[in-house]
Design a protein around this ligand. Structure first.
Ligand code: FRU
Length: 487
């Protein structure tokens, strides 16, 4: 373990002063104390607490040699930042401790991650890279000892991208799923082990083609959910299609089964897991009560990240409970999150006739719960304007578009740097849309119809853009009674 690098990183974080005027600092989401964050890694329950690690660059708010940041929580609501768990710099992970996962075996917490090395100039894909799978362990859940590479080479010389091991226990083996790329085609590889150290390659659980499957499948997760196997992954290189896939990369899933010959047999089409602008690299854990909990990176590669001016960027979504509804997944906010609620305010908006009405509720940290009544509503669009500024220049809109029959999240006036709309379908015959909305200083997460759809996006409004309005355009819009809480 290169103790010097780890110590240096700890010192760098301690001496980074909180930047003044940081209007984007999240109130109840996990984000790094300073520096850069991307994927959630190694989400795991260990000795009565939830641990979340994440891809982290402590020295700047830009991606760089990757460390594993670390936080833990007993209740999924209050998080304690812990010392950085992994620092790069050994021969096998010289240029980065890339994404991976965590498992508990007896009293020991194991991290399995990708050791990354550039073969030429850092960042130069042309000159290539070497990726191996590494093991580290801890008995106190805080300090980790590296054990080096346990899979030292990809199973084929043409595979250069070979990363993001997800390990789980099934029967009397540990299993590992890995994302890979051979030439321009994506692959899901499967391995098996009895001791986490010696791994047997079982081959290609799933193979794709550049067209139409993309060129790389990052951050796989593979688990059983209510009788079906779920393959969750983050494909790169898909083209937008209709209303889908407008983010640079997406987080998608297939339902099916992992058969006896270690092939994943898909039984559904590929679906996006979340429909907002910022959702990637989701990872799950199995909680002791049987719930499948999920976190994703609530950002996207190459998106504007104005909090970088305040020396930090990146956040994780709220923890979500994943369940299956036939061929689709459903995500609800973890039930523990109701503990964030302060006093309840009733939202009694009623019917608006081609008008906009400012509501009494205000805030940057808010939860709102309400229904849009479609029966009897004649408006072309109706819904809510959130994080509104008093001068009318800023607002984040969430509304039913009757012509398109879609629920739209519009962040074209949501503050610094961001733009664009995302939307989800509203079924023919559906009579109401149930919304549960979480606002934090620089984020919005919308849970639609009890989590049948979710939209997660970063927004960067001014700190005084705190208003909430309801509106109906060209016609009547009816709102069911709802509630709001400051968080
Ligand atoms: C996904 C990803 C992973 C990789 C990590 C590097 O966002 O590209 O494939 O391990 O980020 O930070």
């Amino acid at each position: 373990m290169p103790v010097d690098l780890l110590d240096e990183a700890h010192r760098a974080l301690e001496t980074t002063l909180p930047a003044r005027g940081d209007d984007y600092r999240l109130g109840y989401h996990l984000s790094p104390p300073a520096g850069w964050m991307n994927d959630p890694n190694g989400v795991v329950y260990f000795r009565g607490e939830y641990h979340v690690f994440y891809q982290h660059h402590p020295y700047s708010p830009q991606w760089g040699p990757m460390y594993w940041g670390h936080a833990r929580s007993a209740d999924l609501v209050h998080w304690e930042h812990l010392p950085i768990a992994l620092a790069p710099g050994d021969a096998f992970d010289r240029d980065g401790c890339f994404s991976g996962s965590a498992v508990v075996d007896g009293d020991t917490l194991y991290l399995i991650y990708t050791g990354h090395r550039w073969l030429g100039e850092p960042g130069n894909d042309e000159e290539g890279m070497q990726q191996v799978q590494c093991l580290a362990s801890s008995t106190d859940g805080i300090t980790f000892t590296k054990h080096g590479a346990v899979i030292e080479a990809a199973p084929h010389p043409d595979i250069m991208h070979f990363r993001d091991p997800k390990v789980w226990r099934r029967g009397d083996h540990w299993w590992m799923a890995l994302g890979a790329r051979q030439g321009d085609d994506p692959l899901l590889l499967l391995y098996r082990s009895r001791d986490l150290r010696q791994w047997e390659c079982l081959g290609r659980a799933l193979e794709g083609r550049r067209q139409p499957d993309g060129y790389m499948w990052e951050c796989p997760d593979l688990f059983e959910l209510e009788g079906r196997d779920v393959l969750l992954f983050s494909p790169q290189g898909l083209e937008p299609e209709g209303y889908e896939r407008w983010n640079l990369f997406q987080n998608s899933y297939l339902l099916g089964r992992l058969d006896e010959s270690a092939h994943f047999v898909a039984e559904t089409e590929l679906r996006e897991l979340d429909h907002g602008h910022d959702f990637y690299a989701a990872q799950t854990l199995l909680a002791p009560d049987g719930r499948r909990l999920l976190w994703a990176w609530m950002d996207m590669w190459q998106s504007p990240m104005p909090s970088q001016a305040h020396h930090w960027c990146g956040a994780l979504t709220l923890p979500r409970e994943l369940s299956r509804d036939g061929a689709r997944l459903r995500m609800r906010p973890a039930r523990e999150l109701t503990a964030l609620r302060q006093s309840r305010q009733v939202l009694a908006i009623g019917t608006l006739e081609a008008q906009s009405r400012r509501l009494e509720v205000r805030g940057a940290l808010l939860e709102l719960e309400l229904e849009l009544e479609l029966t009897g509503s004649t408006a072309e669009r109706f819904g809510l304007a959130l994080r509104c500024s008093d001068d009318g220049r800023e607002r984040t809109l969430l509304y039913f578009d009757a012509m398109a029959r879609r629920l739209v999240l519009d962040r074209q006036h949501s503050g610094a740097g961001v733009s664009g709309v995302r939307s989800v379908p509203v079924a023919p015959g559906q009579t109401r849309i149930a919304l549960r909305i979480f606002l934090d200083r620089s984020s919005i997460e919308v849970f639609v119809d009890d989590g049948a759809y979710t939209l997660s996006s970063r927004i960067y409004p001014r700190p005084d853009s705190l208003g909430v309005s309801a509106f109906a355009v060209n016609g009547r819009g009816t709102f069911g009674e709802g509630a709001a809480w400051n968080l």
